[in-house]
Ligand binder design. Structure first.
Ligand code: BV8
Ligand code: ZN
Length: 266
């Protein structure tokens, strides 16, 4: 399929088989790839999503945006720890699915000159699938952080009753190492994601409702930089209209089919 034919496509073509072949073609030609994932990529692992009825949206009668907020850390740190201990209990037995594994294989295949995986997820499943250098925009549910000296602790090494965990360096009460609503993202992580998005030639957006900023601005940056932008999601999102192609389906079904090299697929 030649470039002209692709450029003449309506900007948001989602006729499935055609779109799949087009995306496969573009992905195999791509040299600098950025992948942005959200809760949807972990849905098939059993991790509840937030907004697509996945069950992570309300707990003890409070919406998750209120529980996962800077204000709640100030107001009731013990409750924030209970909320994240509950979430860790849910995520603890979840394993990477075929979508996580496909992305890890793409990275290991060295098929691309540059491959950047950016995730909004805090479940750690990309690393568990073998992905490395994952840009975790919103932190990681398996770590505690000290807001006074910046020290980190792996929560798998902290006794469950030690709540809040105590900083081993300065003795301060620690909080989850997760970016909460109303908190800034780690600037170096966000900057790296932004730079890669601006210079990529293909951006794949997988399993996000594209409502949370600044994460949701990355595909916009990629598009403005001339990248071919693709969405993988069973539902339409505010991002869909900006994409060159939307693959309406589940990440675990679609991602393993996208990269030609047979041995890469699940
Ligand atoms: C910031 C960690 C600057 C916590 C998360 C008022 C005050 C302060 C800030 C704001 C404000 N109003 C707006 C803002 C900005 C705010 C924001 O964007 N709010 C939104 C809701 C409007 N952003 C922030 O606060 C950010 N910081 O702006 O700093 C600042 C500082 C001070 C004051 C002002 C500004 C920080 C945002 C980070 C918040 N932390 N997570 C936790 O996990 O508890 S965000 C949270 O939402 C998760 O990380 C999650 O990943 C993320 C996005 O959700 P999704 O991943 O998209 O998940 P969702 O359930 O929504 O969608 C799932 C999708 O998957 C669906 O589309 C579904 O169709 C699809 N799907 C389902 N199954 C599958 C599938 N797809 C593929 N395959 C499948 N099988
Ligand atoms: Zn400390």
């Amino acid at each position: 399929m030649n470039e002209k034919a692709v450029e003449s496509l309506p900007t948001n073509f989602s006729g499935f088989p055609f779109a799949m072949n087009l995306v496969r073609e573009k992905l195999n030609e791509a040299r600098r790839v950025v992948i942005l994932t959200g809760a949807g990529i972990s849905a098939e692992s059993g991790v509840p999503t937030f907004r697509s009825g996945g069950g992570a949206s309300v707990w003890r009668g409070m919406p998750f945006e209120q529980l996962s907020s800077a204000e709640m850390v100030e107001r009731d740190l013990p409750l924030v720890w209970e909320w994240f201990d509950y979430r860790r209990g849910v995520v603890g037995d979840c394993k990477p699915n075929a979508a996580h594994r496909a992305l890890a294989r793409w990275q290991q295949s060295d098929h691309f000159d540059s491959f950047t995986l950016v995730t909004q997820n805090i479940d750690g499943l990309h690393a568990a699938a073998g992905s490395i250098d994952v840009l975790e925009l919103h932190g990681n549910i398996w770590r505690a952080r000290c807001d006074s000296c910046g020290a980190l602790r792996d929560l798998r090494a902290v006794p469950p009753r030690e709540r809040p965990p105590v900083c081993a360096v300065c003795g301060h009460a620690m909080r989850p190492d997760v970016v909460l609503f109303g908190e800034n993202l780690q600037i170096d992580v966000l900057q790296r994601a932004h730079e890669r998005a601006a210079e990529c030639d293909m951006c794949l957006v997988v399993g996000t409702s594209a409502l949370v900023y600044p994460a949701a601005s990355l595909p916009e940056v990629a598009r403005a930089g001339g990248a071919f932008v693709v969405e993988v999601n069973p539902e339409l999102t505010p991002l869909s209209a900006l994409c060159h192609a939307t693959l309406r389906g589940r990440a675990g079904d679609i991602l393993p089919l996208l990269l030609h090299d047979g041995e890469l697929n699940d």
